[in-house]
Design a protein around this ligand. Structure first.
Ligand SMILES: [Zn+2]
Length: 128
């Protein structure tokens, strides 16, 4: 049996997944380019789990944010199915429930997320 809280997160993630699917198709169609329109059609013929692969191969700039979010949501949903949900990807500690309530697709505990952000900032500084 899935933990009650996990079932709530699963329902929220599923809703977000549906919304993302719609907005990705819409954004692609709005682009008014043959390539994007063809991609939108192709996506609709495939299960959403294969969308990240299809989209990463094509990398349409207009949906880069949605694609990132789509990957996180799909990852979280499969973790619920595998009963590995809510485990920090860095230190494997339980991710705080408040964090998952704010964002059901969180992949890191608060501590590791802070560390991760700092690493990003440092690498940005080094690059500039
Ligand atoms: Zn952690």
């Amino acid at each position: 049996m899935i933990h009650r809280f996990h079932a709530d997160c699963q329902a929220r993630l599923q809703l977000e997944l549906n919304r993302l699917q719609h907005s990705i198709v819409q954004l692609l169609q709005q682009e008014n380019h043959a390539a994007e329109a063809a991609l939108a059609l192709r996506l609709q013929q495939h299960p959403v789990s294969s969308w990240p692969d299809l989209l990463t191969a094509n990398k349409p700039w207009c949906i880069r944010q949605q694609l990132e979010r789509l990957e996180a949501v799909i990852a979280a949903l499969s973790q619920i199915e595998l009963k590995l949900y809510g485990v920090c990807s860095d230190c494997e500690a339980q991710i705080e429930q408040e964090r998952l309530e704010l964002d059901a697709a969180s992949q890191r505990c608060t501590q590791c997320e802070e560390r991760h952000k700092k690493r990003d900032e440092i690498s940005l500084l080094k690059r500039s």
